[in-house]
Design a protein around this ligand. Sequence first.
Ligand code: SAM
Length: 279
Amino acid sequence: MEERLAKYNFTFKKRYGQNFLTDLNLLRAIVSDAGVDENTTVLEIGAGAGALTRALSEQAKRVVAYEIDQSLRPVLSETLAGCENAEVVFRDFARENFSVLEKELNGEYLVVANLPYYITTPVVMKFVEEGKTCRGLTVMVQEEVARRFCAEAGSPDYGAVTAAIARRGTAEITRSVSRTLFTPRPNVYSAVVRIDFTKGGFAVKSEKAFRETVRCAFLNRRKTLENNLMRAFSLSREEAGELLAVLSVPQGARGETLSPDRLGALSDLLFEKKRTLFV
Ligand code: SAM
């Protein structure tokens, strides 16, 4: 791969988070972690030199890979020679219209990617909040971000992103990946996380109420949930206390002690009480 990159005078661009993978065992392990098979349509974000795209194309029905860096065109056409089921879209994924994209994917799909680290969380949140036909994501991310995605309530890594992901499905770290397997080597440790929208998750009465309840719960981690609720939703202390009493949340509890589904239950109560805030 390095020879191919040199042949086309490719220079790595830090601003695009370009840390490429070449280890075939790792690439195949990621494809296997994702559960890709001959019926799967895969969306990859950041094709790079195409090593993962090629490994995906060997197992999947169809691979659509985005790449922002036009200078990778000749490299990708060489890497993907003969991969008839893979197409590369040379556009900034962050600017794509999501409903148009899902229409073009034409049915259920999985996201599999070694994500550019500078846009990891917004990209994952986009699928969590707007992905209608997405079955899940298997993504390489910084290890600390991976821990945040999968954290237990009350732990230091637990936050708004954890709760948002848990509402849609399950999340687990499938493997830690050594820095030495990337070119160039990043400064941080990485891990592969699988987020599965077909398992777990829970329903809420209003997506908007859930999002705002979660934001409120982590608004100010040093304040009690009661205080954060009063501030975020203009509730009196009595009103906030009554809501928490319905869920048997102890007085003085902080938002981060509530599991994602309890935050969901709280958002349902808030929705019933303050419906006009969430329309
Ligand atoms: N998939 C390749 C691999 O595993 O070797 C490359 C992964 S590299 C971490 C991330 C890739 O995403 C880079 O090739 C980078 O140019 C591309 N990229 C960065 N920002 C992007 C964006 N907004 N839209 C599409 N691709 C992007």
